[in-house]
Design a protein around this ligand. Structure first.
Ligand code: PNW
Length: 460
């Protein structure tokens, strides 16, 4: 790289940050909000490190004004947030809670007032508990309930939100929620997980159809997937790579891109019985409803090798992964123990551009957790997070340079927040949150990101 030549991004590249409702809002009992599966799960002893729950989280429900000011101070063009289904429909069906919708109304007005483009996610894991009690995602009806909810939220905010996402990371909802059980609702049933995966995708398809029918032509509809490059040291481990890539990436990408479920994944999961009977005529057409863009969440690669024996039920023992061993991360790790590997990110983007052409992508999440301390001067020095950020932005820039159609980058996350099973111990924010006082402090990495976004280029 030649010194002095900054790495410029294309004009109009979308810069922003992301959050999700359950992770930041708190106020879980206010204004008629119903319980979600994460309320139930986090209240269950032993499920969340440190016993954290969704209260008060970042108290964003009351402090959204201050948080929008932070976005404005950072000068960011876009803000990705999610709508909490149980605020809008406390039972997941039927009557709408106006006060829940009013909250997002106020949030959107503030964002637009500051010229910030909202990117709304309709489902970021907070399923109404009432729907889980009725069978959850393994139950086909949940897909229809989701589409109804999606259509009513879209109709209410269609005048102010152009960019929409149906689901965040259906892989996590299905496999961490219903197979490994490390996420809500904490079930450990591989067949239920596969059914859940299909019904999540069906819910996406039904919602896409409903939104498309009512959306003005400038609305841009999407899904967000967590995609991971799968790496093996041993060249003979190709079979393990194929299986994990199949379940993690192709199982979601292929049907959304109109190719149906990958035959090899269907074969790998056939021993679990005929879960595929849940795939009804017409489902795959709905799931293939054309997207305007899709979101990629990337944190780290997955490493695998061949194994002789089937694994026990652990987060790695997902359906279809017999004969696979999940390996420890390598090289530099984040504070969360996740592998830092920007080259793998670059490889992933290139592969997506090649294998799934024709639909623009936006990086909808990328970031790292490190323990941060406020200095006596009141600053948060987080060089590791800055390093991760710059390395991964370089990887994006190289992909764009090579012709991959990446239109934007949204960092995870605006704020330190409730990091699911890891509770409040893992801090992903560009802004530090003191969970005792709710004081927000922009970290050095946040300032760096603001500068990069404002200049639309990376310092060399
Ligand atoms: C994503 N995994 O979650 C979510 O979209 C965010 O809500 C979350 O805070 C962020 O990444 C950081 O974890 C994931 O185990 C959680 O593979 C777990 C996994 C992947 C993504």
């Amino acid at each position: 790289m030649t010194t002095g030549t900054a790495l410029r991004f294309p004009a109009g590249f979308l810069w922003g940050v992301a959050t999700s409702s359950f992770q930041i809002e708190g106020a879980t009992h206010e204004d008629g909000r119903g319980a979600s599966i994460w309320d139930t799960f986090s209240a269950t002893r032993g499920k969340v490190d440190g016993g954290g729950t969704g209260d008060p989280a970042c108290d964003h429900y009351h402090r959204y004004g201050e948080d929008v000011e932070l976005l404005a101070d950072l000068g960011l063009a876009a803000y990705r947030f999610s709508v909490a289904w149980p605020r809008v429909q406390p039972d997941g069906r039927g009557p709408v809670e106006r006060r829940g919708l009013d909250f997002y109304d106020r949030l959107l007005d503030r964002l637009l007032d500051k010229g910030i483009e909202p990117v709304a996610t309709l489902y970021h894991w907070d399923l109404p508990q009432a729907l889980e009690d009725a069978g959850g995602w393994p139950n086909r009806d949940t897909a229809h309930r989701f589409a109804e909810y999606a259509a009513l939220v879209h109709a209410r905010f269609a005048d102010r939100v152009r960019m929409w996402t149906t689901l965040n990371e259906p892989w996590c909802s299905a496999f961490l929620g219903y197979c490994s059980g490390i996420h809500a609702p904490g079930r450990q049933d591989p067949v239920a997980a596969l059914k859940a995966a299909h019904h999540l995708l069906l819910g996406h398809g039904l919602a896409m159809r409903a939104l498309r029918a009512q959306a003005p032509s400038d609305h841009q509809l999407s899904i967000v997937l967590n995609l991971s490059p799968v790496l093996a040291e041993d060249p003979s481990a190709g079979e393990a790579v194929r299986k994990v890539d199949g379940l993690q990436n192709r199982f979601f990408l292929d049907p959304v891109f109109g190719r149906g479920y990958p035959a090899d994944v269907l074969a790998d999961t056939a021993w679990l019985g005929d879960w595929q009977r849940v795939v009804a005529d017409g489902d795959l057409d709905l799931i293939a409803t054309p997207l305007d863009w899709y979101g990629i969440n990337y944190y780290s690669p997955v490493r695998v090798s061949l194994a002789d024996e089937p694994l026990a039920v652990t987060p790695g023992n997902l359906p279809g992964l017999r004969g696979v061993r999940m390996l420890e991360p390598r090289g530099q790790l984040t504070g969360f123990g996740w592998e830092q590997n920007a080259d793998a990110f670059h490889t992933l983007l290139r592969r997506l551009g090649r294998d799934y052409p024709g639909v623009p992508m936006i990086v909808t999440e990328n970031g790292s957790a490190f323990p941060d301390l406020i200095s006596p001067q009141g600053t948060v020095e987080d060089p590791e997070r800055s390093g991760y950020l710059v390395d991964h932005l370089r990887a994006v820039h190289r992909a764009v340079d090579a012709g991959v159609d990446v239109r934007g980058y949204l960092a995870w996350s605006l704020l330190d927040n409730f990091e699911w099973a890891a509770g409040y111990g893992q801090r992903f924010g560009l802004v530090h949150v003191d969970f005792e006082t709710q004081r927000r402090t922009i970290k050095d990495s946040g300032r760096l990101f603001a500068r990069i976004a404002a200049e639309n280029e990376l310092p060399v």
